[in-house]
Design a protein around this ligand. Structure first.
Ligand code: UDP
Ligand code: MG
Length: 331
């Protein structure tokens, strides 16, 4: 088991694959590659490759990736047939990565590639996953920080056995066996942070400072983040459905007691017909609660619908493997 991560050939040094999802990142890719290549050059004990996944960009991202592949034999490219979203783009990259160690990193240089050697060193201590934990989030608004914090708190409360580490993004190093395990999970709704946590294996955090985006714009807005949070919650817990059950029980118990009280009052004290406001308030409240939880059930039902179709996760219209894991081929 322990040898599972070692290369096949006795002479070959382990292969490091870096997976980079890119959606409209033409402004930053060249800089990113330069910084990553500099890191690769320092890793003399490893063969290296970087897999750029073009997630259906509408700008010149693919052209720049082709260019990088032509100039540097360590670069590979997966060109998806349309925009599938970061989670699926990452999965596409992982599917094509053959490394003994695999790093997932954003293209916008918010995750510093210079951290990779530290991650490898940490992994050598016997960990399958080294996830980067953000100590600072420079350049992100107070509202984004606050919503992120609230999200982790809710997830913590709801998710039970699978602990999702706080303040970690997708930036991480994983061993071959952890990635193989992860790739067995082919669900359509891919909440990656949760999937990483679900597969288990020894893992450890490495603290770093998250930089602001180097160039270009964030692809996330609050509506997307809200949906992302919904995704996280509904793919990982049925907590909200349980809340519905208990809310229902509580309301029923309350209604029963209230009923007793009303019957008693009518019998012993008589009842002049009044109480329109009470009726309205109760009806509206119950109607609201019911609609809300029908919505919650709908969220789960919709996900069941999506999963039962059993569609492939993505289609790629192009795949160019790395030509050379060792060196820059042009020089
Ligand atoms: N990304 C992607 N597909 C998308 C949206 C984003 O592949 O539909 C990539 C993007 O190119 C970047 C990473 O995911 O490499 C993180 O995106 P972004 O920086 O916009 O997110 P943020 O850091 O603001 O959360
Ligand atoms: Mg970013």
């Amino acid at each position: 088991m322990e040898n599972a991560c070692l290369p096949i050939g006795p002479a070959a040094s382990p292969l490091l694959s870096v997976v980079v999802p890119a959606y409209n990142e033409e402004a930053v890719l060249a800089t990113f590659h330069a910084r990553l290549a500099a890191v690769f050059d320092t890793l003399s004990d490893y063969r290296c490759e970087v897999i750029y996944v073009n997630d259906g960009s509408r700008d010149g991202t693919q052209r720049i990736i082709d260019d990088l592949c032509a100039r540097d034999g360590r670069a590979a490219s997966v060109d998806l047939s349309r925009n599938f979203g970061k989670e699926i783009a990452m999965t596409a990259g992982l599917d094509h990565a053959t490394g003994d160690w695999i790093v997932m990193i954003d293209a916008d240089l918010q995750d510093p590639p210079e951290l990779i050697p530290d991650m490898l060193a940490k992994a050598a201590e016997g960990f399958d996953t080294v996830f980067a934990r953000r100590t600072h989030r420079d350049g992100e608004s107070a509202l984004k920080k606050a919503t992120a914090a609230a999200f982790y708190r809710v997830m913590d409360q709801l998710s039970g056995k699978v602990k999702i580490p706080r303040d970690t993004g997708d930036f991480r190093l994983m061993s071959r066996r952890a990635v193989d395990a992860l790739l067995k999970l082919r669900e359509q709704h891919r909440f990656m942070k949760g999937l990483f946590a679900w597969v288990g294996f020894p893992s450890v955090a490495l603290d770093y400072r998250r930089d602001p985006r180097a160039a270009g714009d964030t692809k996330f807005n609050y509506w997307k983040l809200w949906n992302f949070a919904l995704e996280g919650i509904t793919s990982f817990t049925i907590g909200p459905l349980k809340i519905a059950t208990y809310m229902g029980l509580l309301t029923a118990a309350f209604a029963f007691l209230d009923g007793l009280w009303i019957i008693g009052k009518t019998l012993f004290m008589g009842e002049a017909v009044r109480g329109y406001p009470t009726l309205m308030v109760t009806m509206l409240f119950l109607g609201g609660v019911q609609l809300f939880f029908i919505g919650v059930i709908g969220e789960y039902l919709g996900r069941i619908f999506d999963e039962t179709k059993g569609r492939p996760l993505y289609f790629a219209q192009g795949w160019k493997p790395a030509r050379n894991h060792g060196h820059r081929s042009s020089e």
